[in-house]
Design a protein around this ligand. Structure first.
Ligand SMILES: *Cc1c(COP(=O)(O)O)cnc(C)c1O
Ligand SMILES: [Zn+2]
Length: 419
């Protein structure tokens, strides 16, 4: 049974029935799914949820689908890792990463939002699913569409990483590269959505898609023993995940799954695509679009659809936000890999680099509980770090060559006791 009561305009509050609608006809505000929280409160308990399968559907009552879905059986419930070695290096005692580098099947947080959007597309009876993507969304839509038996058309800007293109075409999706940036792609896709009647997961199915991002926040709270961390640092691209994690924390209180605690929600953007941080630092409500230029391509959005709600969630939680330059992003990717054996894509490097800045600014203290959101896997973005790593040594298959190399690298001749 579903606890969804309908769609509601986030600005004027007008109600709409559950349908593939995303903007209010009166005020053009975005629509959001509304729930009967009082009924959910009676239906859920930590003990009941803990017995469910380890996927994002364990929070079914707080997700906008009618029936138990078949999409995403292995998506979500990724590890919340206590990172002792990184924590020691930074001076944070209770440091965690929420590790969506191992989200299935496409290794990013997008498997969450797409599981929900494609479940809903099926309920609505769509035959073709589509998206405007900076890369990770493309791979997730293509993979989940294949499993759902739906046609799939993907739109991406030129310049996305090879792993994101191969990682979409392999599933049988038709991939269209647009000469332009993500914001150009998005504009075109709005027109295509109207004309072709397809389910664009992040356009006409956006109210359902964005709800899937709440599961990132639900899991963090559950994995901390149904408590909130004192800080969470999240990357922002289009502005889905950050406000939805804040919403997830509110909902957990609303339905009685957690009883107390406040979490500061901090925003991380790449310096080359930071319209939200610029507005935050100016104290402005209005977000001025920028032209993105950063190696963090998955979060390179110059005109974020929900940027305003990111600002609001950050301010309401008394959080903050900073930017990371491309070189800071690369250093942070290497730091996480070297200390914890986790290879993040640039979005994860951005969040970690920003966490380090917030710590230096004393907005985060070393004795607080901090969660760094690692939203995507570095194996999909090898281009980003390819030039910044130690190159391998190439030798002939002769022991004498290795002896010479060993001596050169370690400054000693004897192998005895070298291990
Ligand atoms: C899409 C994406 C994000 C965040 O995007 P939002 O639109 O703000 O939710 C973060 N990290 C990665 C790796 C992504 O692909
Ligand atoms: Zn409205």
């Amino acid at each position: 049974m579903s606890y969804v009561t309908g769609l509601k305009c986030r600005e004027c509050g007008q109600d709409y029935p559950i349908s593939p609608l995303h903007v209010c006809e009166t005020c053009f505000g975005p629509l959001e799914v509304a729930y009967d929280y009082a009924a959910i409160r009676k239906a859920v308990s930590p003990a009941a949820i803990e017995q469910r399968p380890h996927n994002l559907w364990r929070y079914l009552e707080l997700l906008p689908v009618d029936a138990p879905p078949q999409i995403g059986p292995n998506s979500g419930f990724t590890p919340l890792l206590k990172v002792e070695r990184l924590g020691a290096e930074l001076g944070i005692r209770n440091l965690y990463i929420k590790d969506d580098t191992v989200n299935h099947p496409t290794l990013s947080y997008k498997d969450r939002v797409v599981s929900v959007a494609i479940s809903k597309a099926r309920e609505f009876g769509f035959k073709t699913v589509s998206c405007a993507s900076t890369g990770n969304l493309a791979t997730a839509v293509a993979a989940h569409a294949a499993r759902a038996g739906l046609q799939c058309v993907i739109f991406m800007p030129e310049g996305v990483e090879a792993g994101k293109i191969v990682g979409s075409t392999i599933y049988g999706a038709q991939v269209v590269i647009i000469r332009g940036n993500y914001d150009d792609v998005n504009r075109l896709c709005s027109e295509i959505a109207d004309k072709y009647g397809w389910a664009f997961v992040n356009i006409n199915l956006r109210p359902y898609y964005t709800e899937g991002a709440k599961t990132f926040g639900f899991e963090v709270a559950e994995q901390l023993g149904w408590r909130l961390p004192q800080h969470i640092v999240l990357p922002t691209a289009g502005g889905t995940i950050l406000p939805k994690v804040a919403k997830a924390f509110r909902e957990l209180k609303e339905v009685g799954l957690i009883s107390e605690g406040e979490c500061r929600v901090h925003c991380a953007q790449a310096a080359g695509a930071a319209p939200v941080i610029q507005a935050l630092h100016k104290g402005a409500d209005l977000i001025t679009p920028v032209k993105p230029n950063t190696i963090a391509k998955s979060i390179a959005i110059g005109n974020p659809a929900d940027g305003f709600y990111v600002l609001r969630a950050v301010r309401e939680s008394r959080g903050w936000g900073e930017v990371a330059s491309d070189s800071e992003i690369i250093e942070a990717i290497k730091l996480l890999a070297r200390t914890e054996g986790v290879f993040a894509e640039p979005a994860g490097g951005t969040t970690l680099a920003v966490t380090i800045k917030l710590l230096a600014q004393k907005r985060i203290n070393g004795d607080e509980t901090v969660v760094v959101s690692i939203t995507g896997n570095g194996y999909k973005t090898l281009e980003a770090v390819g030039n910044a790593i130690t190159q391998p040594y190439v030798i002939e298959a002769r022991l004498r060559e290795f002896d010479a190399l060993f001596e050169q690298l370690n400054g000693r001749r004897s192998l005895a006791g070298a291990a």
